[in-house]
Design a protein around this ligand. Structure first.
Ligand SMILES: NC(=O)c1ccc[n+]([C@@H]2O[C@H](COP(=O)([O-])OP(=O)(O)OC[C@H]3O[C@@H](n4cnc5c(N)ncnc54)[C@H](OP(=O)(O)O)[C@@H]3O)[C@@H](O)[C@H]2O)c1
Length: 329
């Protein structure tokens, strides 16, 4: 008798879970209409996710305003996209450039307003152990990855309000955990915080705010040659005393580990991230957060909920960066 009740209960729970998933899938599959009337402004379109998103949204029929850092990026994108796509030059770390771009966008969108802004532009170097870096290293990256996101958002927020549109912020799994030193994690934690307060503050105006948190993907940001050169550059400028503390072999061990990890972990399918960005822009019911990539979903996200003592042990055990010659641990 008890066995029969247990079985029925399990089936009932299974049915509830399954119908919840089906309902979520159905709800999330709905897309907005009138794409040709909607303008989407994307930063950092020269390469990587931004470039692919610009092409993808252009193919779907949106009016894409692709902001590129270089002229070459603009020219190459124009060659392979429709006449609808407009390019602009933008340095997100330069307020004058941000303001000029916003003024240009205002004339482009007119009374329709701006449907979405995607804050994608970002840099990841220099990165390394915290005491290898200077305050200027921090300021320079924060200027792009965090202040750039805030500046660009504020510059077009009145236009987004007009369209009751969206703000999509590209953070990272390193906006949740900080397994290495330097300004990258600091800047991405900042993006997460800005994203969350903006979401709350803009909800009454009908603006939706979504955060994309990718894991490791093969782009310029994870280019191992650039990373190795960056580590060597940081090491070479260190005072001898600091080098002695880390030990003679530390740089080579770090470079070896970096190459091994990145070759093993980076995913070449950028559509996993771009698909999330596209959903955030075009779904009727976008999510507030998107974990893009298997490593993000099954390692970094769960890791971010672990107690600090366990997480620290895990990171220390898996990184030679944490074992200098003069280690007290
Ligand atoms: N790849 C990953 O594994 C990963 C993981 C998590 C988060 N992300 C984030 O995803 C975003 C896109 O990066 P990505 O991986 O696609 O790398 P990417 O190919 O290097 O894209 C970054 C883009 O930002 C542009 N950019 C750099 N500095 C700029 C500035 N001051 N003003 C305007 N644009 C600037 C770059 O232009 P140039 O190419 O001309 O320099 C490039 O087009 C970044 O925010 C990054 O932090 C990436």
């Amino acid at each position: 008798m008890f066995q029969l009740i247990n079985k029925t209960m399990y089936l009932y729970i299974l049915g509830l879970v399954a119908s919840r998933f089906v309902y979520r899938w159905y709800k999330e599959s709905k897309r907005v209409t009138n794409k040709k009337e909607k303008y989407v402004y994307i930063t950092g379109c020269d390469s990587g996710f931004g470039n692919l998103l610009a092409r993808h949204l252009d193919e779907l029929g949106f009016n894409v305003i692709a902001a590129c850092y270089t002229e070459k990026g603009e020219d190459e994108l124009k060659k392979i996209t429709s006449d609808r796509l407009a390019t602009v030059h933008l340095d997100v770390a330069d307020s004058e450039s941000v303001e000029q771009t916003a003024a240009h966008i205002k004339t482009l969108v007119g009374q329709k307003g701006l449907w979405a802004v995607v804050n994608n532009a970002g840099v990841a170097l220099p990165s390394g152990p915290t005491d290898w870096l200077t305050i200027d290293d921090y300021k320079d990256m924060i200027a792009v990855n965090l202040c750039g996101v805030i500046d660009v958002t504020l510059s077009v927020l009145p236009l987004v309000k007009k369209a009751k549109g969206r703000v999509v912020n590209v953070a990272s799994v390193f906006g949740r955990v900080s397994p290495f030193g330097g300004p990258y994690c600091v800047s991405k934690f900042g993006v997460e915080s800005f994203n969350d307060s903006l979401r709350l503050n803009m909800a009454p105006f009908g603006i939706k705010v979504a955060c994309i948190e990718p894991g490791f993907f093969k782009t310029n940001v994870t280019d191992t040659v650039a990373m190795k050169n960056n580590l060597a550059m940081l090491w070479n400028r260190l005072p001898q005393e600091v080098k002695d503390g880390y030990g003679h072999d530390f740089l080579n061990a770090s470079i070896e580990m970096l190459e091994h990890r990145f070759n093993m972990l980076t995913d070449g399918n950028l559509m996993k991230v771009v698909g999330c960005m596209e959903h955030a822009v075009s779904a009727v019911y976008p999510r507030t957060r998107y974990s893009a990539g298997w490593d993000a979903k099954f390692f970094w996200l769960p890791a971010s909920y672990m107690p600090t003592c366990i997480l620290d042990r895990l990171f220390r055990r898996n990184s030679p960066n944490m074992k200098p010659e003069l280690s007290a641990l």
